[in-house]
Write a protein that binds this ligand. Sequence first.
Ligand SMILES: Cc1cc2nc3c(=O)[nH]c(=O)nc-3n(C[C@H](O)[C@H](O)[C@H](O)COP(=O)(O)OP(=O)(O)OC[C@H]3O[C@@H](n4cnc5c(N)ncnc54)[C@H](O)[C@@H]3O)c2cc1C
Length: 466
Amino acid sequence: MAGALVLLGDDLRADDSPALAAAAEGAQVVAPLYVLEKGRVRGAALWWLGKALEDLERALAEKGGRLFVMQGGQLACAKSAMASLGTRAVYLNAGVDAARDAALIAALKAEGAEVHYFPQSLRDESILAREGGGYRVFTAYHKAAAKLEVRQPRGATPPFESPAQLPRTVPVAEVAAHLEKGWTGRLASYWEPTAAGLAAQIALLPEILPHYAEERDWPFRVTTSRLSPYLRFGQIDPARLVRIVAALPEGEGRETFLRELNWREFARHCLAHHPDLPYEPLDKAFRAFPWRDDPAALKAWKKGRTGVPIVDAGMRQLWKTGWMHNRVRMICASYLVKDLLIDWRLGAEWFMETLVDADEASNALNWQWVAGSGPDAAPYFRVFNPLLQARKFDPDGYYVRKFVRELAFLPAEWVHTPEKAPVDVLADAELPPGTYPEPLVDHRKARERALKGLAGMREKVREVAR
Ligand SMILES: Cc1cc2nc3c(=O)[nH]c(=O)nc-3n(C[C@H](O)[C@H](O)[C@H](O)COP(=O)(O)OP(=O)(O)OC[C@H]3O[C@@H](n4cnc5c(N)ncnc54)[C@H](O)[C@@H]3O)c2cc1C
C-alpha cells in the first residue's frame, strides 16, 4: 500500500495546496502531519494556530482524511511517521524560511526520504537581481516581479484516505485547548481563525479596496483587509488572493493592495537571501549602534504607558486584540528605536509574542526598515514625530480614545497631548492628575540623542576601518 507523508507548516489549508494535492493523487494513504515545535510559534500566534488546526481537521475530514499532530522536532517526528506509514515519500510546501526548509529537506534526504517540495511564492520563477543575488530595494523587486505571471493556484485537493492512527500523535482538540490557556483566550472575541472567518474578511474587500489607497493609513476605522494572520498561516494561498483581487474593479486601491502583497513576498525574498535577518542588522554598521539598556522604559512601551497616546493606543491594541494597524506599528516601532533608543530586536521579540500574524520574514523586514538597518530601510536620521503622525492619521483622536480608555473624554484638541491640557479640561474629562503617565521622553531631545547615537556609530565604524 503506497503511503505518503505530508508535512504541514505555514500552509494550513485543505485546497490550493500543491503538496497535499500531489500526495492525494499519487498515494493510497496520505498522512498530513503538523509538528508542533517548541518556541517556533508563540503567544498570540500559537492561539491562532490551535484554532486553525481544528478548522483544518474538519476540512480534511470532509475529504475523507485525517490531520495528525505531533510535538517535538520536525525531523524526528517525520521519521517516526514515515516508519509507521512504511513510506519514503514526503511532500511539503515551502514555509516562510527557505533556509529552514533547505536544512529539513537535506536531513530528510539523508534519512532516505524522497522529498517533493513545492514553492509557495507568488511567482514560479525566482526573482533575482542583475548580479544574481537578492534585491535590496523594494521598487526594483516590485518592477521585476510585475513582469512575471502570478502562479496558478493548485485548486481543490481530491478526496483521500488516511491511516487510522500514527504513533506519538496528540488529539488536535487537546492541542488547541492547551494553546488557548492564559491571556490569549480573549482573542476569540476579535478573531475567527477559520475558513468561515477568512471568507468573511474576503467578503469585505469590495468595500475596502476602492478607498484603500487613501484610507489605509487611518487606524480609527477598518480600512485594511485584516487578512494578515490567515496569510501568515497559509489558510489562503496568496496566489488565490491575487486572483480574487484581480477580479474586482480596477483602481488605485486595488493596485496599492497588490503592491502590499508584494511587500510580503519581498520580506520572504529578503529572508531567503539573508537568513539572519531576524537577529542581525543587515547594515553591519548597526552592530556598533549604542542602544540603551532601559528595562523600565521597555516595560512602559510594552504596556502602553509611555505617555504618548498614539503609541500607547497601538501597544494596547496589540495586547488586547493580537493585532495593530500598520501605520501605528511603524509609529510604535520608531518610538522604541529612536525616541527610547532601545534595540529593535527587543521590540521585534515582543511583536513575535503578541501578534496573531507574527511572521519571521515580515516582522524582521519591517523592524529593520524602521531601525534604518535593513533592506530598503528608511534612513535612520529620518525620525518619526509621533505627535505629527497622530495629528495626521488620527486627527480627532478616535483611535486613541478607543484603546486608551482614560483619555476617552478628552476633546480632540488635547487628546494627543494630555500632559499639556489645562487643569479644568482634565477635570471635565474625568482625568485626575497622575492617571495617565507623563511622556517618558521629550521628543525633540530624544531625536537629538538618536542622531548623536548615529553619529557615534559612524565614528566607531570609521575608527575600525582606519
Ligand atoms: C514594525 C512592523 C512589524 C510588522 N510585523 C508583521 C508581522 O509579523 N506579520 C505580518 O504579516 N505583517 C507585519 N507587518 C506588516 C503590516 O503591518 C501587516 O501585514 C498589516 O498591518 C496587516 O494588516 P492587514 O492584513 O489589514 O493589511 P492590508 O493593508 O490589508 O494588506 C494586505 C496584506 O499585505 C501584506 N502586507 C501589508 N503591508 C505589509 C508590510 N509592510 N510588510 C509585509 N507585508 C505587508 C500583509 O500580508 C497583509 O495582510 C509589520 C509592520 C511593521 C511596521
